[in-house]
Ligand binder design. Structure first.
Ligand SMILES: Nc1nc2c(c(=O)[nH]1)N[C@H]1C(S)=C(S)[C@@H](COP(=O)(O)O)O[C@H]1N2
Ligand SMILES: [Mo]
Length: 497
């Protein structure tokens, strides 16, 4: 279970109405499988998480959910067989399932009081169904007595009655499943409508035009988060609270945000878990409110040194206050490439996502680093997450077989905040050759680079390294992503034919 050091998880969510009850029944995060999945994600040791992301990529979540569902089927089968021996075993098994699911769902950081309900109901229904089936299989006197005695094998009382009851239970489960799916779909449609209702205003401060192909389309943008189901947020009810070490706490609605002057900025975002040469980096045109201005209105008290952003699903991301206030374009984004950044996500140019880019944000708490470890910091990741200078070869692809002659070598390089001054490519053990670096609008995005290589037949290794605008050359020393970002030069092997 994730307990936030500030005690936010102890916050009691009042049972306001039947609506809350209904919401608990249809919110996916309150379901047993998603609840258990969330607990597993939070409890998984960082190296295992790293391995899962590396091995399964974006498929890690469906795989986890499938695994839990398969585990449930096996557990249910075992409970059924035990129930044949003694009904109380079966009932205890069903109760255990319900309680475990409820405990998992209720322990989620953003859980309400009622989030355990679907699992408890499920457990009760499972126990009832099991009883109905068992009384048709085993006469009450067949239950063995005494410890250590398994008893004689159950006798089939009435095969037809059992099959009939099983069919009824199966049909009931199917109808319940279909009903739940329909409710979920309705909830998703409501969230979609809420998203589609958003009209993004024009920026007060626009970003300059860009060459084609510079930005990453939203559908191609990498996604890294702990959310097993994308949180559904109704913009009408959404609020942003600025609280903690401030003299003037703020509470803003989505419309309040849209009414403020918006800035539009091109910024590259990357994940601290990205391996050298990896895919977890993208550049988008972001639209949003300048965060430093908002914090100035809230009048931050002296002594605060951390902004902890909290999401609707309980994620916490801590950002150094000095970084937010140092003049860079840290922002609360309402738009990403012209589409709603639903509803609002934070973005801090120059920091890895885990340290500055909370999605589905609903609260900014001004606090200190000693007082509060954010989610990933609790798991051993560095408290401050400045991005390291990196470069990547995108063409040719690894193990490509280009023809001898001029072969374009191209890719991207980034050092948000500092900017990229130069990119060089080395073929085998030859001299480093300067690549052509296309101009980038600001220091907060990647640059695109290109070199025409006079390729000769045989196997070759291409390496890339970048130099940032402070003059620092990207280090060749290999470091793993944990705990503060990978380093090392990206290389690609090709065979020229
Ligand atoms: N609410 C929430 N925000 C989050 C995360 C998360 O798990 N939950 N992951 C962070 C990480 S590690 C990264 S790299 C970025 C990724 O943003 P993207 O999925 O839009 O690329 O979101 C950040 N914001
Ligand atoms: Mo990340």
């Amino acid at each position: 279970m994730t307990r936030h050091p500030s005690g936010a998880s102890a916050k009691v969510v009042p049972i306001r109405s039947l609506g809350a009850l209904f919401a608990a029944l249809v919110v996916p995060a309150a379901g047993p499988v998603v609840g258990v999945g969330g607990v597993i994600i939070d409890a998984t040791p960082t190296p295992v998480k790293e391995w899962a992301v590396r091995t399964f990529g974006t498929n890690d979540k469906p795989l986890l959910l499938t695994g839990i569902a398969a585990g449930l089927v096996v557990f249910a089968a075992v409970v059924g067989v035990l129930g044949l021996r003694r009904r109380v075993y079966g009932l205890a098994g069903a109760a255990l399932l319900g309680l475990a699911g409820a405990a998992a769902a209720a322990s989620r950081p953003a859980a309400g009081l009622l989030d355990g309900l679907p699992s408890l109901l499920g457990g009760a229904v499972a126990a009832g169904a099991l009883l109905v089936l068992l009384v048709r299989l085993v006469p009450p006197t067949a239950a063995p007595a005494g410890p250590g005695r398994i008893g004689r094998p159950p006798r089939l009382l009435d095969r037809r009655a059992f099959i009939g009851a099983a069919a009824v239970v199966g049909a009931g489960a199917t109808v319940a499943g279909a009903g739940a799916a329909a409710l979920h779909a309705a909830g998703r449609r409501a969230a979609d409508r809420s998203r589609e209702s958003i009209r993004l205003p024009a920026p007060a401060s626009a970003a300059p035009p860009l060459p084609a192909g510079f930005l990453t389309a939203n559908r191609d943008f990498y996604r890294v988060d702990t959310a097993l189901t994308v949180p559904r947020v109704d913009v009408g009810g959404w609020r942003l609270r600025v609280r903690g070490m401030v003299d003037r706490p703020l509470e803003l609605s989505f419309d309040d945000l849209l009414r403020r002057p918006l800035i539009e900025r091109d910024v590259t975002l990357n994940c601290v878990s990205n391996e050298v040469g990896g895919p977890y980096v993208g550049t988008a045109r972001w639209l949003g409110v300048h965060l430093a201005e908002l914090l100035r209105e809230a009048r931050v008290r002296p002594g605060a040194d951390q902004v902890v952003a909290r999401s609707v699903d309980g994620m916490t991301i801590g950002t150094p206050l000095s970084v937010v206030l140092d003049g860079r374009d840290a922002m609360l984004c309402v738009g990403m490439n012209g589409e709603p950044a639903f509803p609002v996500r934070m973005l801090t140019p120059g920091l890895y996502g885990y340290a500055g880019a909370c999605k589905w944000v609903t609260e900014l708490e001004l606090t200190t680093f000693p007082a509060c470890d954010a989610y990933w910091v609790q798991r051993g990741w560095a408290a401050h997450g400045p991005v390291k200078t990196a470069s990547r070869i995108d063409r040719p692809l690894p193990f490509a077989r280009p023809a001898a002659g001029p072969v374009p070598v191209a890719g991207v390089a980034w050092a948000q905040g500092r900017g990229i001054a130069a990119v060089e490519v080395q073929v085998d053990d030859g001299p480093w050759q300067a690549a052509t670096v296309l101009p980038a609008p600001t220091n907060d995005t990647w640059v695109q680079w290109r070199l025409d290589w006079a390729a000769t037949p045989g196997n070759h290794l291409l390496r890339v390294r970048a130099t940032d605008k402070t003059g620092a050359v990207q280090t060749p020393d290999r470091a793993t992503p944990f705990p503060d970002g990978a380093t090392g030069w990206h290389s690609v092997s090709v065979t020229v034919v």
